[in-house]
Design a protein around this ligand. Structure first.
Ligand code: MN
Ligand code: MN
Length: 469
């Protein structure tokens, strides 16, 4: 067949206009096969870690199987060495040593592994009208109405005075009981239904139902609560007072699953931000020996402002990096000022069901690949790190050369809301930082949605960043 010659206008159009395509129109057969395998591993990662502690444990198991060793201060390091350090069981830093000295800087992928959930209060258990409940204090930005009448699991630890730390994961195993927070029946919800969405479910009504059977042969009060504590005592050796030194969280009991007839999407709890954590991790695992040292930071506490000893503001990261630099007698600041960080965190995917909150020309779209954000923040970029034009150009070049499908995005309309990531805290360290990650539908809901193509392209993007000189 004769190929028609392009008109002058068509040629100019191709040369001048930025015309993003759906990622599926650019996906090679090879990438498609790799994407499927990658997403199967990702779903296992989601089911294997429903809290930051479980994510750390699972990450360490994967890393050790790939030859990573715990890094202790003063240990000699050579190019190709794979190391990790766990911060208090709640955050983990991994590195693959490069052939270049640390004075050349490092390539960092920084994601977070904490997700919104219902934490138990220090004095959680009580009985009301012969039903036992646990009081909760929600963690992170949740829409409270989404957390009632869904199946919940209870995960976390109870630290005892004798130094033992008891792990709890009720609901995780086949046949385990589950928990829930009740809501009103529509028949009696006339008053509640008139309230604004944000007020219909007050935080103090997010109480988890945990039992209804009274303790046998006991004529005293609170027999249901006593019976529940008896079960906990027999199973974990704990008493009511031990809740004071516990970190227990109710998390959605959903397993990660394919969504849609075409299986192009994944539904799960905790895509924000385990979807980027896994991308960083998988990229690090498949790297070989890079030129610049590759660092993967999986942080805790991002959902409540990156505070605390396990959050991105903590000096634990600087101590790790400083210990690395000490092995080569290089000042930390020299390493930082040459480094590049991809703050790998999710962004909002454009949702046609709620089109009014997005500015379509600058929104991330499902299946259009890894979403770069020059800045996040709210009300005039407040709280954003705002990467420089040069940093964005650097990322464009790396991603294009690696054949990564990517897009540039903002999170919603200006003044509609906003959000933040760890980017600002990396930039404060004198590290050039850019936000990038997977677009998510229903972000922070108990069941969030992402596209497989975007997950895979974020992995591929992270892999390109780690491989860059
Ligand atoms: Mn996030
Ligand atoms: Mn978040």
């Amino acid at each position: 067949m004769e190929t028609k010659e392009k008109t002058a206008a068509e040629l100019r159009r191709e040369a001048l206009l930025c015309q993003r395509k759906n990622g599926y129109d650019r996906l090679t057969a090879e990438d498609e096969a790799a994407m499927k395998a990658y997403c199967e591993d990702y779903k296992k990662y989601l089911d294997g870690g429903k809290t930051e502690r479980e994510c750390v444990d699972y990450t360490v198991r994967l890393a050790e199987a790939k030859g990573f060793k715990p890094f202790t201060r003063g240990m000699a390091l050579n190019p190709g060495d794979k190391i990790y350090r766990v911060n208090r069981g709640k955050a983990v830093m991994l590195a693959v040593m490069g052939t270049a000295p640390l004075s050349a800087g490092v390539n960092i992928g920084a994601a977070h592994i904490d997700s919104p959930r219902l934490d138990l209060k220090p004095t959680p258990i009580y009985e009301d009208d012969e039903m036992a409940f646990l009081k909760t204090h929600y963690y992170g930005g949740i829409r409270k109405y989404q957390w009632v009448t869904i199946p919940l699991e209870l995960h976390g630890v109870v630290a005892l005075k004798d130094g033992r730390v008891v792990k709890v994961a009720v609901g995780a195993a086949e046949g385990d009981p589950l928990f829930t927070v009740d809501d009103l029946l529509p028949h009696l919800a006339a008053d509640q239904s008139k309230k604004p969405l944000g007020e219909a479910i007050p935080a103090e009504s997010l109480n988890i139902l945990v039992g209804s059977r009274p303790f046998r042969d006991d004529t005293g009060s609170d027999r249901v609560k006593l019976a529940v504590l008896d079960i906990l005592n027999q199973r974990y050796g704990i008493t009511e007072e031990d809740f004071i030194s516990a970190e227990l969280s109710a998390v959605p009991a959903f397993k990660a699953s394919d969504l849609g007839f075409d299986r192009s999407l994944i539904g799960a709890y905790g895509h924000d931000d385990r979807v980027c954590a896994f991308a960083c991790l998988a990229a690090l695992f498949n790297l070989g020996t890079p030129k610049r040292t590759a660092v993967c930071m999986l942080a805790d506490k991002e959902e409540i402002g990156s505070e605390g000893v396990s959050g991105m503001k903590s000096a634990a990261f600087d101590t790790f990096m400083s210990d690395l630099c000490d092995t080569q007698r290089i000042p930390l600041k020299v390493c930082y000022e040459k480094s590049f960080c991809l703050s790998a965190d999710v962004t909002a995917a454009y949702d046609p069901n709620f089109a009014e909150v997005y500015e379509k020309r600058n929104s991330a779209r499902v299946n259009y690949g890894m979403g770069l954000c020059k800045y996040t923040g709210s009300r005039g970029k407040g709280g954003a790190s705002d990467a420089s034009a040069e940093v964005v150009a650097y990322a464009r070049k790396i991603l294009d050369e690696a054949g990564v499908v990517w897009q540039m995005a903002e999170l919603g309309k200006v003044d509609q809301g906003g959000g933040g990531t760890v980017a600002a805290y990396m930039a404060e360290r004198d590290i050039d930082t850019l936000d990038a990650g997977v677009p998510v539908l229903s972000m922070h809901a108990p069941y969030e949605t992402v596209s497989k193509l975007d997950c895979y392209m974020t992995y591929k993007g992270m892999r390109a960043v780690y491989g860059a000189v």
